[in-house]
Design a binder for this molecule. Structure first.
Ligand SMILES: C[S@@+](CC[C@H](N)C(=O)[O-])C[C@H]1O[C@@H](n2cnc3c(N)ncnc32)[C@H](O)[C@@H]1O
Length: 295
C-alpha cells in the first residue's frame, strides 16, 4: 500500500506515519539505523534546488541517494561500509572532495554505540557517547562538513539522545552547542520517532517500572556555513570562528586559505580534491519497498 501523501512540514515538530514515502522504498528498511526518507525529502525541499550537489558522509543503505534521485538532486554518498551500490567507501572525517564544492550536507551518525555497524575501528559507532572520544570524532565530521560546503549553504545533522544504564546522554544538546561554535544556526527541529520495534517487547512496561522514558524524538539540527567564510579565506580548511569580521572576534583577522590556524590532519595521506560530480551515479537501481525499519 502506498504511504500517505508527502507534504512540507511547517513547524519545528515533524511527524509522518511511515519510514518511506510513495510506493517504493528509499534506502533499505532492512538496514538497522536507516534514516526516515521523508525527513531527507523535507530537508531537500527546504534547503536545495534541483541539480544541486547533496553529500551524505554516513550514507549506509543510500536513503539520501534515493531521495536525491527522486527529486532531481545530485546525491553523493560515502560510508565506511556501504550498503548501496552508489555509496563510496570513505571515512566521514576525510572525504575525497574539494573544498567548498557541496550545496547541502546531510548526516545521520551513530548515536554512540546504540547499534552495531561495520565494527571497524574507524566506525564512530564503536565509541560510547558517554566518552569524550565520541564527541571529538563528531567534531571532526562537523569540520569536514564546513570544509566541503560552499559558503552560504546548509548542513543538517539527525541524532537521538541515548539513555543507557541509568544515564541519559543529551547528544542532541551537545551537538547544538558544538555546531553553534562552528556554523550559523538555522533551526532545531524535533522529529517524532515511529520506532515500531518498541511495541514488540516489554519496552513500555520497563519504562514505567524502571522510571525512564523511551526516546520519543530525534534532534534535527540545521546549520549554515556563513557567506563571509569566502571573503575571509576560510571557505575551506578548518573553521576558526563563526564570528563575522566586524564582530572583532577571531574571524576578524585576515587569513589566507592555508594560513592562520591549525591545519587539518590528513588520514592516511590520501590525496584530496575529487569533484562531487565524479561520484554521482546517474542511473541507480530502484528497490522495492518493504515494511518496517527505523522511523
Ligand atoms: C545511522 S547510520 C546511517 C544510515 C543511513 N542514513 C541510511 O539511511 O541508511 C550511521 C552510518 O554511519 C556509518 N559510519 C560510522 N562511522 C563512520 C565513519 N567514520 N565514516 C563514515 N561512515 C561511518 C556506519 O557505517 C552507518 O552506516
Amino acid at each position: 500500500m502506498p504511504s500517505p501523501k508527502l507534504s512540507l512540514q511547517t513547524t519545528t515538530l515533524w511527524e509522518y506515519p511511515s519510514q518511506h514515502y510513495g510506493k517504493g522504498e528509499q534506502g533499505s528498511a532492512d538496514y538497522r539505523g536507516a534514516t526516515p526518507s521523508w525527513v531527507i525529502w523535507n530537508l531537500l525541499q527546504r534547503y536545495t534546488q534541483e541539480g544541486e550537489v547533496v553529500v551524505d558522509p554516513m550514507c549506509g543503505s543510500g536513503t539520501t541517494l534515493d531521495v536525491c534521485a527522486d527529486t532531481g538532486r545530485e546525491g553523493v554518498g560515502f560510508d565506511l561500509q556501504p550498503h548501496h551500490p552508489g555509496v563510496v567507501e570513505s571515512d566521514a572525517r576525510d572525504l575525497p572532495l574539494e573544498d567548498s564544492s557541496v550545496d547541502f550536507f546531510f548526516c545521520d551518525p551513530p548515536y554512540g554505540k546504540n547499534l552495531k555497524y561495520s565494527g571497524r575501528k574507524e566506525c564512530i559507532g564503536e565509541l560510547d557517547a558517554r566518552d569524550q572520544a565520541y564527541f571529538d570524532a563528531m567534531k571532526e565530521v562537523f569540520e569536514e562538513a564546513w570544509r566541503v560546503l560552499k559558503p552560504g549553504k546548509c548542513a543538517a545533522f539527525y541524532v537521538c539522545d541515548v539513555w543507557t544504564r541509568q544515564l541519559m546522554v543529551p547528544i542532541g544538546t551537545h551537538f547544538v552547542f558544538m555546531l553553534n561554535q562552528i556554523f550559523e544556526m538555522v533551526d532545531h527541529i524535533a522529529v517524532v520517532r515511529g520506532n515500531k520495534d518498541l511495541d514488540k517487547g516489554n519496552y513500555h512496561k520497563a519504562a514505567e517500572e524502571t522510571n525512564f522514558f523511551l526516546r520519543g524524538f530525534n534532534h534535527l539540527i540545521v546549520v549554515r556555513k556563513p557567506e563571509w567564510a569566502e571573503d575571509e579565506g576560510e571557505a575551506g580548511g578548518r573553521p576558526k570562528s563563526k564570528r563575522k569580521p566586524q564582530d572583532g572576534g577571531e574571524g576578524s583577522r585576515k587569513r589566507g586559505r592555508s594560513g592562520g590556524g591549525p591545519q587539518k590532519r590528513r588520514r592516511g595521506g590520501k590525496p584530496k580534491g575529487g569533484r562531487a560530480s565524479d561520484f554521482v551515479e546517474h542511473e541507480r537501481p530502484r528497490r522495492k519497498r518493504r515494511p518496517g525499519g527505523r522511523s
